[in-house]
Design a protein around this ligand. Structure first.
Ligand code: SAH
Ligand code: SF4
Ligand code: F3S
Length: 438
């Protein structure tokens, strides 16, 4: 029998991207091949994000467009991820043509859910949390060749920042046993992987609520010992839990890349408090100072929210001041968006959309010039680049990343894929650098 074809569209963060990889691997074990064309698919899946209202709207508008494929009775349409987790059965009310709703903790049940939906010709909904089970209890499957890979080390969040829906869609913090993580990474290295990115909503809490488990720094140290593994990255770490032991890893664990994503959210102490972030701007600045002291030139990126309820011009100015003072390499910035179940959605003094948009554009303009200025200081320098593949812009160029996470393009062949090479930087652009092999 010819294999069935599955099309998957992924929204959201790296954890969702990794979940989609796992979904495709899992479905390959029951004879589904992935296709980039929804027209050809027997199974269409959307892996969704609910972090902002806009992310959720994107899902419903895509569903509206995909609906017509359902005219062909053979096709199953499934919605997974964070919107599915949040909405459950309600999603079927809004989109009754959907056949599967599977939450963030039910990926492992997909083959069974698909089978039942086909046989019973009835929509299947699976959104229960499996609090005790380790995250991603998926069978071991061989994966396609990749230079870099994601590895989930923990899932869920207990921080309940007042604006954030993630604790409600990913559940409580669960850490995977370190023995399993180390085994997975050793396996990936044998298959040719050179760089791993450790994933978790809050990686610094790794192992915190498991007796006898390694700490996050302890895990990094064990990973650092794996022969053949060249680079380690992680995301995301919470500023309040960024401890001295972890900061020291940037100095004494050579495989840990000199880059940290450290979401600030706001530069105003008043707003940080209302956000329930658990640190002040001074505490945050001190950590940045320590990071730069142990690891000069470390790449630092962040997330920022503008227009949190009650944010005054002065609060916004405090965020701009932090951005000017810290000089991030890059950031992700968002207009505050009300999310169901969150504390902040109940707060008074919501800001008008136009005001949020105005603040966002001021903030982004500021960062644009900082990023370009910082990138220009790299011209003439030589950087170690892990070559990932062909450049998107020019087939004669290859592309990779520096340890500090800058995209670097240069003239080269695919024979270099998976190798770390030295590249001299010739020109700087807003989102990338261009250079030549030394
Ligand atoms: N676990 C990560 C963040 C996950 S969400 C962490 O703690 O850093 C990714 C980013 O989306 C957040 O850092 C925040 O900047 C943004 N975000 C989350 N909820 C939001 C909301 N309600 N409105 C606007 N942006 C939001
Ligand atoms: Fe959301 Fe805060 Fe948890 Fe990050 S730490 S996922 S922003 S609740
Ligand atoms: Fe979005 Fe869920 Fe990730 S809400 S940001 S896909 S954890």
């Amino acid at each position: 029998m010819a294999p069935q074809l599955v099309y998957i569209k992924t929204f959201g963060c790296q954890m969702n991207e990794h979940d989609s990889e796992n979904i495709l691997n899992l479905l390959a074990s029951v004879d589904y091949q992935s296709t980039p064309d929804p027209e050809k698919a027997d199974l269409i899946l959307i892996n969704t994000c609910s972090v902002r209202e806009k992310s959720e709207q994107k899902v419903y508008s895509l569903l509206g467009r995909l609906k017509r494929h359902k005219k062909n009775g053979r096709i199953l349409l499934g919605v997974g991820g964070c919107v599915a987790q949040l909405e459950g059965y309600k999603l079927l009310e809004r989109a009754p043509y959907v056949d599967l709703v599977f939450g963030t903790n039910n990926i492992h049940r997909l083959p069974e859910l698909i089978r039942t939906a086909r046989q019973a010709k009835k929509a299947q909904v699976a959104t229960e949390f499996h609090e005790d089970s380790p995250c991603h209890p998926l069978p071991e499957l061989s994966k396609p060749f990749q230079v870099k890979a994601y590895v989930t080390i923990m899932e869920g969040c207990d921080n309940f920042c007042s604006f954030c829906v993630v604790p409600f869609v990913r559940g409580r913090e669960k850490s995977r046993p370190s023995s399993e993580i180390l085994k997975e990474v050793r396996g990936l290295v044998i298959e040719g992987v050179k760089e791993v990115t450790l994933l978790g909503q809050n990686v610094n809490s790794y192992g915190a609520n498991v007796a006898g488990e390694l700490s996050f720094s302890g895990l990094l140290k064990e990973l650092n010992k794996i022969d053949g593994l060249q680079r380690i990255r992680f995301t995301t770490s919470h500023p309040k839990d960024l401890c001295e032991e972890l900061i020291a890893c940037f100095e004494d664990q050579p495989k840990l890349c000199p880059h940290i994503h450290l979401p600030l959210q706001s530069g105003s102490d008043r707003i940080l408090k209302m956000m329930n972030r658990g640190y002040t701007r001074e505490e945050y600045l001190l950590k940045i100072k320590r990071l730069r002291a142990v690891c000069p030139g470390i790449g630092i990126t962040t997330d920022l929210i503008v227009g949190f309820p009650g944010e005054t011009e002065k609060d916004f100015q405090a965020t701009l001041d932090m951005v000017t003072e810290i000089e991030y390499d890059e950031f992700f910035s968002f207009k505050y968006s009300d999310r169901p179940k969150t504390q902040a959605s109940q707060y008074p003094d919501k800001l008008p959309e136009e005001e949020k948009a105005r603040r966002l554009s001021i903030l982004q303009d500021k960062q644009k010039s900082i990023t370009l200025k910082k990138n220009r200081t790299l011209v003439g320098k030589t950087m170690a680049v892990l070559v990932e593949g062909e450049s998107k812009k020019d087939p004669l160029h290859v592309s990779g990343r520096s340890g500090t996470n800058k995209v670097v393009n240069f003239e080269g062949t695919l024979g270099l894929q998976g190798k770390i090479v030295l590249v001299k930087i010739l020109t700087a652009h807003p989102h990338s650098l261009f250079g030549c092999l030394t």
